[in-house]
Design a protein around this ligand. Structure first.
Ligand code: SF4
Length: 429
């Protein structure tokens, strides 16, 4: 039973309606919980939990506020994207519509510990997303299962359906666009080359769709330019099949054979990758196919970076034209799109990837996630304390709520000797 909370028109009471599922060919039921009453309550709850009047006032001032000797600048685009907002609304609505049912979530709704913690408090229980375990066998028709914004692999969807659960699917439309593309590749005998992280929820979900309707399609996930150069060398010159499979262990469809499955290739990407890198990867694969075949007839490409990711990257590039002392990037450490904002920032200035304001422990010390050794560490900087006047940039990934950004703004000012009250009164001017 799949419940799409968005499909029926507003203003109707929750109703069940039968529809056929292409995946299982069983009758499924959808329910509309987007009644004005439910959505009003949900949006109020979401606003209380995640919105920030201070951030809105920053936006009204073009993102820049100077108080005394301290300037804080926000990127023009940052924080929650439309897909994340929708997924959170639907998760909250699920609890409203099913107050007494068990509600489960496949993995995390988004990559933000604060938001996931809030759902746990609503007794929405996270299920494993890497492998299904016995908890999936225990699901039943009265249980509600929420599919996160990243989507879930076909096998998970089929399992939940076979248990007869009420499924609330919050998969972002931009992710589903990628699925359409890779399914199309499979239909035409084209192997999907997916630029993404093989262990990321979205890429796992996409990879399962790259197998096509009949499950006979193929895919290869590449992450780095080194991966792509290895692939391109194989495309041009062939190579050792076992070495290839060892290199891409865990990143290919089952039974992948580089001799057989790299004749026709189509590139797609996880929606949250770094655009410049994805373009480079597309180009390198295309040139390798041309070198091998003399033309690019066996190459296809479709850029599937989502609009929200793109806007946040573009806004950061724009902000980096300003002279700043330090950049703070706020978000969950496992958030792909946030990671790429950090990569962009650290090319230009001292950049710290923080979960929230508590990471700024003093004027000198910041606890942050180091992308290069994948650990949280403390670093010492004089960016906040070393000069009479300072200029701090702040941005945040698509899964970061505004209240965390507000706390970060206030912490920066507080450490510079400017109280929250002074910030609020300065913003009232
Ligand atoms: S980051 Fe992009 S793909 Fe992911 S939920 Fe947001 S809009 Fe959708």
């Amino acid at each position: 039973m799949v419940i799409d909370l968005t499909l029926l028109p507003h203003g109707t009471n929750p109703v069940w309606s039968p529809m056929a599922s292409p995946a299982s060919k069983k009758k499924k039921k959808r329910v509309n919980v987007r009644t004005p009453e439910v959505m009003e309550l949900v949006q109020n709850e979401v606003a209380v939990h995640y919105e920030s009047s201070i951030v809105e006032k920053f936006r009204a001032r073009d993102g820049v506020v100077t108080i005394g000797n301290t300037t804080v600048r926000l990127a023009k685009q940052f924080g929650f994207c439309y897909g994340v907002e929708r997924a959170i609304d639907l998760a909250y609505a699920s609890r409203r519509v099913f107050p007494d049912n068990r509600i489960f979530l496949i993995g995390e709704i988004i990559h933000n510990p604060e938001v996931n913690g809030q759902l746990e408090e609503m007794n929405i229980v996270s299920l494993p997303w890497q492998e299904m375990d016995e908890q999936y066998d225990d699901l039943g028709p009265d249980d509600v299962v929420i599919v996160p914004a990243f989507g879930a692999p076909i096998s998970f969807m089929e399992k939940v359906d076979s248990q007869g659960c009420k499924t609330v699917d919050t998969t972002c439309g931009d992710v589903m666009k990628v699925w359409r593309r890779v399914r199309g590749y499979a239909k035409n005998g084209i192997t999907s080359i997916i630029h993404g992280k093989a262990g990321h929820e979205e890429t796992r979900a996409t990879a399962s769709r790259a197998m096509g309707e009949d499950g006979k399609g193929h895919y290869l996930v590449v992450l780095t330019l080194d991966d792509v150069d290895f692939l391109c060398d194989y495309l041009r010159n062939g190579g050792d099949r076992d070495e290839f499979l060892k290199r891409f262990e865990g990143s290919t469809s089952e039974g992948f054979d580089p001799e057989r499955d790299l004749i026709k290739v189509g590139v797609a990407n996880q929606t949250t990758m770094l655009k410049s890198e994805t373009e480079e990867i597309q180009n390198r694969v295309k040139v390798a196919v041309q070198d091998r075949d003399g033309d690019d007839e066996n190459f296809q490409v479709f850029d599937t970076i989502c609009g929200a990711t793109q806007e946040r990257q573009d806004a950061l590039f724009e902000m980096l034209k300003e002279s700043m002392d330090m950049l703070l990037v706020v978000g969950g450490y496992n958030s792909s799109n946030t990671t790429h904002l950090v990569e962009i920032g650290e090319q230009e200035l001292p950049t710290f990837f923080i979960r929230g304001s508590r990471c700024i422990t003093s004027l000198e010390e910041i606890v942050h996630f180091d992308l290069h050794d994948r650990t949280e560490r403390s670093s010492y900087t004089d960016a906040l304390s070393g000069k009479e006047t300072v200029h701090i940039g702040i941005t945040a990934g698509a899964s970061c709520p505004n209240n965390l950004i507000e706390n970060t703004i206030l912490k920066v000012f507080e450490l510079r000797g400017i109280s929250g009250e002074e910030v609020r009164s300065a913003l009232e001017v």
